[in-house]
Design a protein around this ligand. Structure first.
Ligand SMILES: NC(=O)c1ccc[n+]([C@@H]2O[C@H](COP(=O)([O-])OP(=O)(O)OC[C@H]3O[C@@H](n4cnc5c(N)ncnc54)[C@H](O)[C@@H]3O)[C@@H](O)[C@H]2O)c1
Ligand SMILES: [Zn+2]
Length: 634
């Protein structure tokens, strides 16, 4: 297949363009996109310009899962029309009111929800099916067995399979380019890679019915007047990847009257940001060292105008990308910007043979290590890492942030390279580093305010930057243990909690051990911490509250997942496997003797499903039922 012209405006052959679009679409649906979504959208818009009636534009871009059973949809699952600017949204709203008036409806209610960027599916309570070609999709009900969590329960209709965004950013962003790629991998393959398995085990991959999303409702006028604020608020409130917003008409009679094309419902539109691309040349590469040691390339480019701004720096994601694509000095590259401040490297048009990847850390000279496509400085005391850690502390704590990166750099250069030292600084210390008298006073004041102003304890914990203890996980873990107790917990204590997998638990244990002294020191300084409410306090009293429970085998009462969910709601720590922290092993049918013996050896009470249900009904926590002979023979 012939290449596409390098500049989108030069594309003039619709058939060639469609061939490429089909190829890109196939790769994208398989979870391995070749180009960015913004770039793809620009190509589709180009097709609309040069061949507005092309069949490609009037069908849903199909997806296939070769080995899965086909399922017909009761009503087609279509794509959406897109509005890339205010005018298109205005035209949409006008059209809606005009057609509503035709059937005598004057009050039209609009709804806006975040447009989730994952894998669309439909759950009728029995079968979960993908969109497919819009008319028939594929049966992927097994996703729930694999560990995908149905938000709000089963049978809630259309929705999207997505990974929790903050979790992805913290734990997976250096393993997958986009959370959707991981999601597609989970659905299409039975062999899961370790990170995907971990995310499922941590219950961070959800099926989110659109009906459960945060939403805005109002009239068309209100929508047009406030669309920026509506978008901002919904982005704020949603912890899933999004690629815009979806505005829908809510009046059923108007929906019926407006109907659908073969591509989209006419009463619905996606509000999206358009990307802009440009071509420029790489002048130099700067390597930046982050808090966790990742060394990322920033391309210094020949200045270029994109969406009204002059671009001089472009992020290139990771070192692997530079090596693979030849994005070195002298390369001609395509740059894309859609919304974000710093544009991204999209494509290398003419590679450079000067792609030197540093072998040593540009800051501390320690030999660098490769981790997938990422380069890492392993030195915990690397000056750049220290600076970023301190910066992270003030940013996450967030109650008195006057410590920008420039200030932090000066402190570290002056020997104040730890939180302990910085929190002991006086006005004289700042003056000695040649901060002005006013700034010195402000910085001392900021330190004192950061202690006296109220701050949630999970923020305080997350600010230490322990890997796998970001804001979400800190909040979660502190709902099980108060902060002081957490410091002494081991991986076994942590893995027993709902939502913490094995790998995560190990890294949390290690992080807590390494930073324990610092955390204790900071606690002794007396912060005004607002404790996270403990689950054990919130929970009802039940015989399994606070107990470690493992379910195994095939249950008769209902799906194992539902029994687990129910046990959790009664305050149990539902665990995946029996450990020393397990109190009850509940056995359904077909459980091997070995398993029950191992549990008994660990002092775990082994129950049949019936005994377990009786115990719940009895409500007595102390009396443990006698064990069935079935198990004693083992
Ligand atoms: N990078 C690539 O190579 C590549 C290739 C093909 C497609 N794409 C991307 O896919 C998109 C086109 O594909 P499409 O037709 O699947 O998607 P679309 O962007 O038109 O979105 C339509 C889908 O959004 C879903 N959706 C998400 N949140 C929703 C909500 N709150 N309410 C209602 N529906 C919601 C629906 O399931 C619907 O099917 C393009 O935007 C493009 O960026 C990218
Ligand atoms: Zn270093």
């Amino acid at each position: 297949m012939q290449d596409l012209p390098s500049s989108i405006a030069d594309i003039s052959d619709p058939e060639l363009l469609v061939q490429w679009l089909e190829k890109y679409n196939e790769a994208y649906r398989a979870g391995e996109p070749m180009i960015s979504d913004a770039h793809y959208d620009l190509l589709v818009e180009r097709l609309r310009e040069i061949a507005p009636d092309h069949g490609f534009l009037s069908a849903v871009e199909p997806e296939t899962f070769a080995d899965k059973r086909e399922v017909r949809h009761p009503a087609p699952m279509l794509s959406t029309e897109k509005a890339y600017d205010k005018q298109s949204l205005e035209r949409f709203v006008e059209r809606v009111y005009k057609e509503a008036a035709q059937i005598g409806v004057m009050d039209v209610l609009f709804q806006v929800t975040p447009k989730l960027d994952g894998l669309a599916a439909r759950d009728d309570g029995e079968i979960l099916a993908t969109r497919g070609n819009g008319y028939a999709g594929y049966d992927i009900t097994k996703a729930f067995e694999k560990g995908v969590i149905p938000q709000g329960g089963r049978g809630l209709g259309l929705g999207e399979i997505v990974a929790v965004q903050s979790y992805f950013q913290e734990n997976l962003a250096d393993r997958f380019e986009h959370p959707r790629n991981m999601v597609v991998g989970i659905i299409s393959s039975d062999v899961l890679n370790i990170s995907a398995k971990q995310a499922l085990e941590d219950r961070q991959v959800h099926f989110v019915p659109y009906a459960t999303l945060n939403k805005w409702e109002g009239s068309g006028r209100e929508l047009l007047e406030n669309s920026e604020k509506i978008t901002r608020d919904l982005i704020q409130a949603t912890d899933y990847p999004m690629d815009g917003m979806v505005a829908s008409v809510m009046n059923q009679d108007v929906r019926d009257h407006m109907g659908a094309t073969s591509h989209h419902y006419r009463w619905q539109i996606a509000i999206k940001a358009k990307g802009e691309t440009g071509v420029t040349r790489v002048n130099a590469i700067t390597w930046q060292v982050g808090r966790t040691g990742n060394v990322t390339p920033v391309l210094e480019v020949e200045p270029l105008k994109l969406s009204g701004a002059t671009i001089r720096r472009v992020t290139a994601h990771n070192a692997g990308r530079i090596r693979e694509k030849g994005a070195g000095v002298g390369a001609s590259i395509e740059v894309i910007r859609s919304g974000e401040v710093i544009p991204k490297l999209e494509n290398v048009l003419t590679p450079s043979d000067d792609t030197q990847i540093p072998e040593n850390c540009p800051v501390c000279e320690t030999p660098l290590e490769w981790n997938n496509d990422f380069l890492k400085c392993p030195n915990l005391n690397c000056k750049a890492r220290v600076e970023q850690r301190i910066r992270h502390w003030f940013r996450i704590l967030g109650n008195a942030d006057w410590f920008g990166i420039k200030t932090v750099e000066r402190l570290v250069a002056g020997g104040f390279d730890s939180l302990e030292k910085i929190y002991a600084m006086t006005e004289e210390d700042f003056l000695a580093l040649e901060f002005g008298p006013v700034q010195s006073r402000n910085l001392v004041e900021a330190i004192s305010l950061s202690k006296s102003r109220p701050v949630e304890d999970w923020r305080f914990l997350a600010a230490f930057g322990i890997s796998d203890l970001g804001e979400g996980d800190s909040r979660k873990i502190l709902s099980f243990f108060p902060l002081e107790e957490l410091l002494d917990k081991t991986r076994d204590d942590i893995v027993a909690l709902h939502g913490f997998g094995e790998i995560t638990s190990i890294s949390i244990e290690e992080g807590l051990k390494a930073l324990g002294p610092t955390i204790r020191h900071m606690l002794d300084l007396g912060f005004n911490l607002q404790p996270t409410p403990l689950k054990s306090e919130v929970n009802v009293s039940s015989p399994i509250a606070g107990k470690g429970v493992v379910f195994t085998g095939t249950m008769e009462t209902g799906a194992r997942k539902d029994m687990e969910e129910n046990a959790r709601s009664l305050g149990a720590n539902v665990q995946k496997a029996v450990t020393g922290k397990t109190d009850y092993l509940v056995c359904g049918a077909k459980v091997g003797a070995k398993k029950t013996q191992k549990a008994q050896d660990l002092g775990v009470t082994v129950l049949t499903e019936q005994e377990y249900l009786q115990m719940l009904e009895g409500g007595a926590s102390g009396d443990e039922p006698e064990q069935l002979s079935l198990f004693q023979q083992a």
